[in-house]
Design a binder for this molecule. Structure first.
Ligand code: ZN
Length: 557
């Protein structure tokens, strides 16, 4: 292992007024410019479902942590540039620098119909060899085994053994995809039936007093305490408008005054509060950012996503959540400031989000609708089985549709043709691709605003794991035919409401830049690597180093 010279990075954006702690044996800066040494701690934050639309809408009302980040190098046209804009894929791009086509993470779930799982899904962050025949949401075994590429923390540790990589998240898949294969610490909130707590799957992980205290508080909130209604911030008043979603449930006026239950807990700002508390405790327990070997702290905050799914993105609930998120981030940064740590932050999202179609329509968007209930592989596959005289529905999955493996080649080809035709017949469908078709397309690169729908689909396609038929819906079609008491709005489309996310960099002394040009979330990792002076050598990375952030350090790789 070759030691690398930390502190040699030339970080152009970070020169003015930087109060960095000097490193142990700083190399001489180049003659042309005096630059600050590289940061001692990278804080990489993903806010689940934090669309660029939300960031733009609330930008002027932030006063805490998000106001600080908006005054760093702020790209509001960032892109999770692929098609299947879901949590696991999005988190897999951020610290790997790679599109899902290369991370291998093509969905939150996918199917391998020829495996022992058959018609049951494989979860992106599980090791299904531990539960071969059953997908069990309460008991799957968490693992990074499906992630095909390394992330920043593990590349850093490979050349700097004293560096630490810590991941903490509101969801296990977020912690797994950002922490990669060799984190020192990985904690995440996990629902277990009607309860939930922060857990770790790493061998030897012990719940410290801080973890235990947070879990005791969660148990109290889930088990017994009625949460009081939260205050309505002044600028949220205009959003306090009741609206009935299809099925009758009223949203838009919620203040998280919930009866005790696990669902109510995790779909509230309390989940982010607890995740931030745990992240802060880990900074102290692990002494992150305190010595000359830089560390990586990956944090994923999940409450925004749960609030968006449950209440939509434009009501009082999301407004309160935005204010709370801003304040939780202020607490996190304040804690790092008070410890004198020289840290750099990047904040982005795993995907954007789309409001409930009922409220979109009231706002004048007449294209907003819910998908018809017949637009699913159960209905379509049953019909194809009848047409082709098959004994069983030959399809499984939605969006990515898989053909069951029991068929002979000729029948299989007929099923694929019939499936493509059946999906194309729906007016709600924008495009349908076959596995063979996408496999022949090159993984796109460059300006994500110029990717065609087919290129977006290719960016999240993996020949081993993707469906035999891949379906994209038209913009503003919500793939929830009938909302229930929890799930009303979603994301996942190839359209910019779900693809466009903020990408915000901050470090003390950074010169504010509000940037308009499009960037990709795969650009984050090579940019952070440049800031750390971590050489990537001839490693293939889908993203590019962002000069506006890392300056001449970008060319040092
Ligand atoms: Zn998500």
């Amino acid at each position: 292992m070759k030691p690398i010279a930390f502190g040699s990075a030339l970080v152009a954006a970070f020169v003015s007024g930087c109060t960095a702690i000097p490193v142990a044996a700083p190399p001489q800066p180049s003659a042309e410019t005096q630059h600050s040494p590289s940061p001692k701690l990278i804080v990489a934050i993903a806010v689940d479902q934090f669309s660029a639309d939300l960031f733009d809408e609330y930008r002027e009302s932030f006063s805490g942590g998000l106001a600080r980040l908006a005054n760093g190098v702020a790209f509001h046209n960032g892109y999770q540039s692929h098609s299947i804009t879901e949590t696991c894929l999005g988190h897999s791009t951020i610290l790997s620098g790679m599109h899902p086509a290369h991370t291998g993470i093509v969905g939150n779930i996918w199917f391998q119909p020829s495996s022992a799982r058959g018609r049951q899904p494989i979860y992106c962050a599980e090791d299904e060899s531990k539960l071969p025949t059953t997908y069990d949401p309460a008991n799957y075994v968490v693992s990074p085994v499906h992630l095909k590429v390394p992330v920043l923390g593990e590349l850093l540790k490979a050349v700097s053994p004293a560096s630490q990589s810590v991941a903490v998240a509101g969801k296990d898949r977020a912690a797994v995809m950002m922490g990669g294969h060799t984190p020192d610490v990985r904690w995440y909130y996990r629902t277990r039936g009607t309860s939930g707590k922060f857990e770790s799957d790493l061998a030897g992980a012990v719940a410290t007093p801080a973890v235990e205290a947070i879990n005791r508080r969660i148990a109290r909130e889930i088990g017994s305490e009625q949460a009081p209604a939260m205050q309505i911030p002044a600028d949220c008043e205009r959003r306090n408008v009741p609206i009935a979603v299809d099925g009758g449930r009223v949203v838009g006026t919620g203040r998280f005054a919930h009866a005790p239950s696990e669902k109510e807990y995790h779909a509230s700002p309390a989940l982010d509060r607890d995740t931030v508390d745990l992240a802060t405790a880990l900074v102290d327990e692990r002494q992150l950012g305190r010595d000359s070997a830089p560390d990586v702290l990956a944090v994923s905050l999940s409450a925004t996503d749960y609030v968006g799914h449950r209440y939509g993105t434009e009501g009082l609930e999301m407004c309160i959540q935005m204010h709370e998120l801003d304040q939780q981030l202020a607490r996190l940064f304040g804690a790092l400031d008070s410890r004198g740590i020289d840290y750099a932050v990047v904040l982005t999202a795993d995907h954007g989000g789309t409001d409930i179609p009922e409220r979109l329509r009231l706002a004048g968007n007449i294209e907003a609708e819910r998908e018809p209930e017949t637009l699913d592989s159960k209905t379509i596959g049953d019909r194809i089985a009848e047409q082709l005289h098959l004994s069983k529905n030959p399809l499984v999955g939605d969006g990515d549709v898989y053909v069951m493996p029991v068929l002979d080649a000729a029948t299989r080809a007929r099923v694929i043709d019939a499936t493509v035709a059946a999906y194309r017949a729906f007016p709600e469908v924008a495009a349908v691709y076959t596995k063979a078709q996408l496999g022949a397309v090159a993984v796109p690169s460059g300006d994500p605003t110029r990717f065609t729908l087919e290129q977006r689909a290719r960016a999240s396609f993996d020949a081993e794991r993707s469906g035999d038929v891949i379906v994209q819906l038209k913009r503003w079609v919500t793939p929830i035919a009938h909302p229930d008491d929890y799930y009303a709005a979603t994301h996942g489309s190839p359209w910019d409401n779900d693809r466009r996310v903020p990408v915000l960099f901050w470090r003390r002394g950074i010169e504010p830049q509000s940037r308009e040009e499009p960037v990709d979330t795969v650009d984050i990792m090579p940019t952070l690597a440049a800031m750390l002076g971590l050489p990537l050598g001839d490693r293939q990375i889908d993203g590019r180093c962002l000069q506006a952030v890392a300056g001449s350090a970008c060319s040092a790789r």
